[in-house]
Design a binder for this molecule. Sequence first.
Ligand code: CAA
Length: 269
Amino acid sequence: MGNGIAQVAARAGYEVVLRDVSEEFLERGMRAIDKSLQRDVDKERLKEEEKRAVVGRIRTTTALSDLAGAGFVVEAIYENLEAKRAVFRELDETCGPEAILASNTSSISITKLGAATRRPGKVIGMHFMNPVPVMKLVEVIRGIATSDETWARTRELCEQMGKTALECNDSPGFVSNRVLMPLINEAVFALHEGVATRESIDGIMKLGMNHPMGPLTLADFIGLDVCLAILNVLHAELGDPKYRPCPLLRKYVDAGWLGRKSGRGFYEY
Ligand code: CAA
């Protein structure tokens, strides 16, 4: 999602530093940005020179120290509390005292990430939806210490990127995944119990409820490992058995069937 966030920020006119751990990932990210912008060029919604200007505003690096001058940082690494805490500690050391540190986490506590820094008032959740250039929502999560000023600046940034910011408090899974993941998990249980085929489950939700994608297709799109990580957070932190991940979801993740990104999930790609 990091490349999508970089793209919408650069398109809004911001100078962006895109940081990843290897050149290979950065190249992959820039290819995704190019492909996504090219769709708009092909549909004559963006001129070729505008596309070049957007790409030109994105500088790539593997060095976290290159974020030292940033006024606003959006972290989008994998869903793991310890890994995110380590990044927030490092960002807190690296960035200027005025910088806001946001996380694109889909379920991890913003309060915990804030506590890893000396600026918890300037730490906030900025949860983009996939595909980032298309989806209008940013779910903005306030940790217990997040200041009103940080929320106001974040909302303004979202609006400048053409997104609608909707505010919610820090609670496991926030609103989006507290509601979405039980739906996806229930669809996996239905498959697991042989209630219907994958095509029927998805077709019923798509044609019957007007969802743009069926829940199993959506799970493959999000990543089955991501879905499992979010369900584990909901289950552990809310303590209600209704959030227990379906054993079939666990088995697929164990097999490395992670959805679209690995070539196989509930469907083959
Ligand atoms: N970059 C830029 N544009 C893209 C794009 C991308 N990666 N992917 C699709 N698009 C654009 C297309 O160009 C097209 O634009 P126009 O209609 O303006 O011409 C539009 O999106 C629709 O695309 P398609 O016609 O190719 O395909 P579609 O109609 O099937 O739509 C979809 C694709 C937008 C992904 C749609 O299926 C959808 O909305 N799916 C549900 C997505 C969703 O629920 N996302 C949230 C997931 S949860 C999450 O992200 C958070 C979490 O914590 C888990």
